[in-house]
Write a protein that binds this ligand. Structure first.
Ligand code: ADP
Ligand code: MG
Length: 232
């Protein structure tokens, strides 16, 4: 299981005459298997950080390492393979494909990929794990928001990633349903040993992580190991 390390990593967006540093230099280690929450006001750079860590975006300067491999040295194909193997994403808006059933959505990341296991069998067992076995043939429009997010969680796990990156996964759900999703992520983190980096607005969720990262104005202003402070 791999550690993610960023060193003086920045992300600048160029505008008309003004540049925005969405991320000022960030140096931080994300330890394999940790459950990390990222909290901070809107516009503080949380989504930008998550996109960079998941290699959906490229830093303007600085370096990002995964298991000691400098990601800027990989070509596009290597980076796509790396992302496929190591990272699963969960978004606030679920991002399911509306014309596909639950099980097809869960298998979608494997489309055109050769794998040495039965795709359908694994997708079904993941749907069972998130409590949706009986909804395997349902379309997203036939599911509640919480159910759609559970399908998205199963999809993120289909290739057994080392990291689950979640951008406000409970942000579009009522608090009770959000709690179910959070608990599911917590359990999967422990069962499968995958690290989780979870962006949230909700302090009660953030403080139940192993590590809480607080951001403001593109900077990490505080990193709290909740295990040491005794809250977790
Ligand atoms: P958060 O997720 O914490 O709300 P973001 O990472 O989305 O914050 O944004 C951080 C800053 O970067 C904001 O000032 C935002 O306007 C800016 N930003 C983000 N994405 C872009 C983009 N594609 N183009 C220009 N500015 C952007
Ligand atoms: Mg955001």
């Amino acid at each position: 299981m791999g550690e993610i390390k960023c060193v003086q990593m920045t992300r600048k967006f160029e505008g008309e005459g003004i540049d925005t540093y969405a991320l000022k230099p960030i140096t931080m280690d994300f330890k394999a298997g940790d459950f990390v929450s990222v909290i901070g006001p809107s516009g503080s750079g949380k989504s930008t950080l998550l996109s960079l860590l998941g290699t959906l975006d490229v830093p303007t300067s600085g370096d990002l390492y995964f298991e000691g491999v400098k990601l800027s040295q990989l070509n596009a194909k290597e980076l796509a393979d790396f992302r496929f193997e190591k990272v699963g994403f969960i978004f606030q808006q679920f991002h399911l494909i509306p014309t596909l059933t639950s099980i097809e959505n869960v298998m979608a990341p494997l489309f055109s990929r050769k794998v040495d296991y039965d795709k359908k069998e694994r997708a079904l067992s993941l749907l069972a794990r998130v409590g949706l076995q009986e909804k395997a043939e349902s379309l997203p429009s036939q599911l509640s928001g919480g159910q759609q997010q559970r399908v998205a969680v199963a999809r993120a796990l289909i290739h057994e990633p080392e990291w689950l990156l979640a951008d406000e996964p409970t942000g579009n759900l009522d608090s009770e349903t959000g709690e179910v999703i959070f608990e599911l992520l917590r359990e999967l983190n422990q069962e499968k040993g995958c690290g989780v980096i979870c962006v949230t607005h909700d302090p009660s969720i953030a403080e139940r992580a192993d590590v809480q990262v607080r951001m403001k104005d593109g900077e990490i202003i505080e990193v709290i190991d909740m295990r040491v402070t005794g809250h977790a």
